[in-house]
Design a protein. Sequence first.
Lengths: 110, 113
Amino acid sequence: SQTIHQWPATLVQPVGSPLSLECTVEGTSNPNLYWYRQAAGRGLQLLFYSVGIGQISSEVPQNLSASRPQDRQFILSSKKLLLSDSGFYLCAWTSGTEAFFGQGTRLTVV
Amino acid sequence: DAKTTQPPSMDCAEGRAANLPCNHSTISGNEYVYWYRQIHSQGPQYIIHGLKNNETNEMASLIITEDRKSSTLILPHATLRDTAVYYCIVRADYGGSQGNLIFGKGTKLSVKP
C-alpha cells in the first residue's frame, strides 16, 4: 500500500535560521508531489508541486523553495525563516484520481 | 483561487444526516468534484469524488445536480468523530493527468450530542 512520510512533526526555529522539511512516498512511482501550508485558522495554500525529478512549480512567490532530488522525495527549504513562515506544512502526493496527505509539520518561527 | 463556495460552518445532531452543500457554478466539463475533510491538526482525508453521476461509498454519498453547478455531500449518520472542516474541490482530469487540488475555506461541521 502507499504511504507518505513527513518529518519532523513539530519544529520551533528562530527567525533567520534555515529550514529543511522532508517528505518521502512509498508504494508508488512517479507521483505528483505537493507542498501546502496552512496558517492558523486558515485554509490550505498550495506552495509547490512537482510532476517529476527536478521539476518544480511554484504557486506563490515567497521565502521558500522546493526540490525533488529523487522520484519519491520532496524537500521544502528556506535559507532564512521569517515569522510569517509559521504554520502547518503538509506534503501530499497524487497518482491518478486520489490524493494522500502526510500528517504535517507544525512550524513555529520565534 | 478556489472555484467552490461553501458555508463557513454547520451544526448537525449526532445520529442525523449531515448535508453539506457546495456551489461550483463555473465548473467545466473535464472537472471532477472532490470532497476532503480535515480533522484538527491532521492532514486532509479523501472522502469521495464524482463527475456527474451520484456516488456512494462507505463514508458518504455525493449528489451532483444535473447542471453540475452544485453538489451535496451527505454523511448519513453523523458521529462526533465526523466533526471536521470539509472541503469541496473541483479538479480537472486531462485524460492522463489531473489538475492540482486547490482548497477553499471549507465548511466547519460540528456534530453535537
